[in-house]
Design a protein. Structure first.
Length: 116
């Protein structure tokens, strides 16, 4: 990989390391909090979610730091951007649908077609 791409790669990789550290610390705190009786129950669901995020961040870190050609890195960066854009669309689509459903329900209530 050429030097001009390295600062961008290092910035993304640093974000992944930060994400891994925060996730691991959070999972550890949940577990230790339960052991120390500060938390009444062991929140295994949250620990599982944090663990999955930790694994995904580790895989992304490896993907970013693997030594590849300039052409391969350009391709990988485009894949990351497409994935990010698709995730944003899915997220916003869900919000817009939820918002539209709320507006429709308000209209139906206004006309007395449904009760509250």
């Amino acid at each position: 990989m050429k030097d001009k791409a390295k600062p961008h790669v290092q910035s993304l990789a640093t974000q992944m390391i930060r994400r891994m550290c925060i996730g691991a610390m959070s999972a550890n705190e949940l577990f230790r909090g339960h052991e120390a009786k500060r938390l009444p129950i062991l929140d295994s669901t949250s620990i599982a979610i944090l663990s999955r995020a930790l694994i995904e961040a580790g895989i992304m870190y490896w993907y970013l730091m693997e030594d590849v050609s300039e052409e391969e890195w350009t391709f990988r960066l485009q894949v990351i951007k497409i994935h990010d854009s698709a995730a944003r669309v899915r997220f916003l689509k869900g919000l817009l649908l939820e918002d539209e459903q709320t507006r429709n329900a308000q209209r139906l209530r206004t006309f007395g077609l449904i009760s509250e």
